[in-house]
Design a protein around this ligand. Structure first.
Ligand code: GDP
Length: 140
């Protein structure tokens, strides 16, 4: 067990429905600590850079349009095995396949508007956290 940091984004479908607090409660009740957080309207360039690994996927354009359609809450979560733990709390990408009690099962609207993003590996977490936060903005 090691203490890790992971990047989380509460997506526009969730901020639109005022679900930030409900989602944050899931993280905190699961033992994750929110050690950085900001609510922003991402630019097209920012989200295209963030999702660069998905640039060749058929839904890339649609995904970038969705992610800039309203405010997002970008966060750093800290905890034991935070990366895997957050992925468990989030549930599967497609809410139809997500386990009961997960954020995506309970809140997601569709495979695209699926309420949350979470880093999927230590390498991704390091890159994604540095993309949005400086070290001084993360207060554990
Ligand atoms: P994640 O790691 O569970 O978020 O899933 P992926 O890395 O595979 O995909 C990134 C994001 O792209 C997902 O969270 C969805 O918002 C979106 N997405 C994934 N698959 C699809 C799809 O088939 N269609 C659309 N429109 N969006 C998708």
């Amino acid at each position: 067990m090691t203490k890790e940091l992971t990047l989380s984004i509460i997506k526009p479908d969730a901020t639109r429905r005022n679900l930030t607090g409900a989602i944050n409660a899931r993280f905190e009740q699961s033992g994750l600590r929110i050690v950085a957080q900001k609510r922003v309207l991402l630019t097209r360039a920012e989200i295209e850079g963030f999702y660069a690994a998905h640039a060749e996927r058929s839904f890339f354009d649609e995904l970038c349009t969705f992610m800039t359609s309203g405010p997002v809450v970008i966060q750093v979560l800290e905890g034991e095995d935070a990366i895997v733990k957050n992925r468990e709390i989030m549930g599967a990408t497609n809410p139809a396949n997500a386990n009961p009690g997960t954020i995506r099962k309970d809140f997601a609207e569709s495979i695209e508007a699926n309420s949350v993003h979470g880093s999927d590996s230590p390498e991704a977490a390091a890159v994604e956290i540095a993309y949005f936060f400086s070290k001084t903005e993360i207060v554990g």
